[in-house]
Design a protein around this ligand. Structure first.
Ligand SMILES: [Zn+2]
Ligand SMILES: [Zn+2]
Length: 67
């Protein structure tokens, strides 16, 4: 599917669509999807791509940040 990336504005012939919270986003790469959608670790600011570590209702990137 032809489309334009919501993160970087790149026009690409094979974009992906991801729906989150009822809104649909268009991305040309996983990198751009992560940049737009992945939550940030409140301790160090890193994008949390995996399941992370939950503590007190917040999700942290690793045990070190959650501790
Ligand atoms: Zn992009
Ligand atoms: Zn962290």
């Amino acid at each position: 599917m032809q489309g334009t990336c919501d993160t970087c504005g790149n026009e690409y012939h094979d974009v992906m669509e991801i729906t989150q919270g009822g809104q649909t986003y268009t991305f040309d790469s996983f990198e751009c999807a992560i940049q737009e959608l992945a939550p940030k670790c409140p301790a160090c600011g890193v994008r949390i791509v995996g399941h992370g570590t939950e503590r007190g209702g917040d999700v942290y990137c690793c045990d070190h940040c959650a501790g």
